[in-house]
Write a new protein. Structure first.
Length: 279
């Protein structure tokens, strides 16, 4: 079987480990770089050659490639539509609210320079989720002016600042399997090293909440960021195909997912598949 990787970084630890497992299991892995013109004839060649694609890129070109593959009958994980949805924090919050998920109140504010009379403290984020986007806590006018100088035209959303415990709860899901860690929040007050991570076993209710997010958003590989709210956990972000670094078993789960999807939704008979077991 041939598995395509739509990515600009095939050396990413999780992708590299997953590819190694697939090759060990007798399968072929083909990297599909999300670059080039939209009418590049090589797209058809790639689509004809692979049985399933993993989409770990969020550029417009990557999404265009994913849609082309889907139109040619190749299943893509996650789908182009689900991936694109998770890039727009307004759409994300709206869908979550409709589904009854405890998502942080998210308000579209237009360009950052037009943000007026906010209630401090609050969190400001780029409306469109991407690498190195804007995510910042704003405690007062001085900090807001500083951000406006750096990001004047950036379309943003605002969310209430949730003090919580100072730890972000990171839950990652691969085909229904939940991985988790706690990470010291970059926006936290008080002491503690920002970004420091530690192992964490989520309560059953929070793992169930993460699984519900996948059902609502149509995702197979995704991340959910949670904070402890006053009465219940609050979802502050959903990410399609996150890094899932350092989580034992994640590459095995991802490789098995690719093979399962190829068998159930793709063009490969289940009898041709060998699921890698890892080491």
């Amino acid at each position: 079987m041939k598995v395509g990787l739509i990515t600009g970084n095939p050396g990413h630890p999780v992708l590299a480990a997953t590819a190694a497992l697939l090759v060990e299991g007798g399968h072929e892995v083909v990297v599909v770089p999300p670059v080039g013109a939209s009418d590049d004839p090589s797209v058809g060649s790639f689509a004809d050659a692979v049985d399933v694609c993993l989409l770990k890129a969020r550029t417009s070109r990557a999404l265009s490639l994913a849609r082309e593959f889907e139109q040619r009958g190749v299943p893509v994980v996650n789908s182009a539509a689900a991936t694109e949805l998770c890039q727009d924090r307004v759409r994300m919050a709206g869908l979550a609210a409709t589904a009854g998920l405890p998502f942080a109140a998210t308000v579209a504010a237009g360009p950052l320079r037009e943000l007026a009379a906010p209630a401090y403290p609050f969190v400001v984020k780029s409306r469109h989720s991407r690498r190195h986007d804007l995510v910042a806590r704003v405690d007062g006018p001085d900090r807001l002016r500083e951000l406006v100088e750096q990001w004047p035209e950036e379309p943003v959303v605002t969310q209430p600042f949730v003090p919580g415990t100072g730890w972000d709860q990171k839950l990652w899901v691969v085909d229904g399997r939940v991985f988790a860690a706690r990470r010291r929040s970059e926006l936290a007050t008080g002491s503690g090293e920002p970004g420091r991570a530690e192992d964490w076993e989520p309560p059953a209710a929070r793992a169930a909440l993460a699984l519900r997010v996948g059902e609502v958003f149509g995702l197979d590989v995704y991340g959910v960021d949670l904070l402890d709210g006053p009465a219940e956990p609050v979802i502050v972000d959903v990410n399609a195909f996150p890094g899932i670094r350092g989580r034992a078993g994640a590459p095995e789960a991802l490789a098995a997912l690719a093979l399962r999807v190829a068998a159930e939704r793709g063009r490969t008979p289940a009898g041709r598949l060998a699921v890698p077991s890892g080491s």
